[in-house]
Structure formats: C-alpha cells, structure tokens
Design a protein. Sequence first.
Length: 234
Amino acid sequence: MSDIQVDFAWGKAGLNDRLPASDVVVIVDVLSFSTAVDVAVSRGAAVLPYRYRDATAAAFAAEQQAVLAGSRRDGGPSLSPPSLAALDAGARLVLPSPNGSTLSTLVGNKTAFAACLRNAAAVAAAVPADARVLVIAAGEHWPDGSLRPALEDLLGAGAVLARLNGRLSSDAAAAAGAYRELCDDLAGALTQCPSGQELIAAGYPDDVTWAADEGCSVAIPRLIDGAYRDGACL
C-alpha cells in the first residue's frame, strides 16, 4: 500500500483519476479562477462555481439568488480579480470558467479548497495534517480542446505543495521544486508565461499583477454546499 499522502495532477483527467484516493482536493487556477475566488471571499462574498457562462448559467444564478459574472469587457464582476474588489459582504456570485470552476463542480463530497499564489500559505495551513491531499493544477486548453499545462498553475500548486507536510509523490515534489526555483520572481514568471502574455495583450495587466502577489491574502476559500466561502471566518 502506498504511503504517499500528498499528490499532484493536471486537469479534469487527473482529478477523476486521483479523486477516489484523496480526502482533500486543492484546485489551482491562478489566471484567473482561483485568484478571483480569493479576492471575492476575502470581501465576505460567496462564489458558486459553474461550468459555462451561457443561458443555463443565467438560470442557475437566478435560482441561487446570485449575480452572474460577465466577461471582462463588460466592466462588471468577472474572472478579472480587480473587478471583484468592491463586492459587498454577503454577495453571491456565480463565476463560470472552463478550468478551475469546472473542476470545482466535480469534487463531489470531498473537502475542497481553491488556492492561488496569494493564499497558498493560508490554504496549506488549513489542510488537515493526516489527510490524503490531491493538488490539481487546472491548466488551459489548446484550440483542439486538449490540456495545455500552464506555468502559473504549476507555480501555484507548487506554492501549496512546498508548505504541506507528509510524503509527497514524485509529481508533487517536482511541482514544489519548480516553485522553489522561480519563487524569487513570480511576477516575472507570470508576466512572461503564455497565459500572462495573453491577458496583457488583451489589456488586463492588472490581472497578472494581482495573481502574482504571493502571500497577500489569509483567505481560505473552502467549497461548502456548492459555494466557496472564506473558511477562515467559519
């Protein structure tokens, strides 16, 4: 029987494969779902993950008496972390995304957290010491729909893994090592990686800046009854 307590995998396939052997799941989608969740729950809001921003999402938001996040260009609440900085305490936000949000809908009854560079230390400290932990890097997608591993998610996952106790799998140790290698210039790494370059080119450099602000948050976004809330306040 394996004595591995802390594991690491990528995307939906990795989650589905490793979920049965895990007690706790930490979902990492640095640009931008889990960073947006951190900002929102820090304001006292609840974030309801949903797979797609379409007519069904609008209906779901209405059922949940929640606001549906729009696109960045709309100017209201969106996946852009700065757009959520003025949320009111008690607000309910449906935040669809094809990566981190979709993964959040697949964890079943497992204990789940959303982590990013901003809150990696706080989330790691909240994980029970005796739990079997799975850290999932969401990644992005190539045009054909296949997984595109994303540096920002590798670093976010590594930031959590480097702070967890217990025996790490080889994959988990490698992710922690990648974080340690680049942790002195996370802003530079996120600015230069493809996802960061895409956001900057689209006119959202602040999304990258906010995502790279390691350790600025003590929020612990925990998925409870279908919504992320700040576990530090529960």
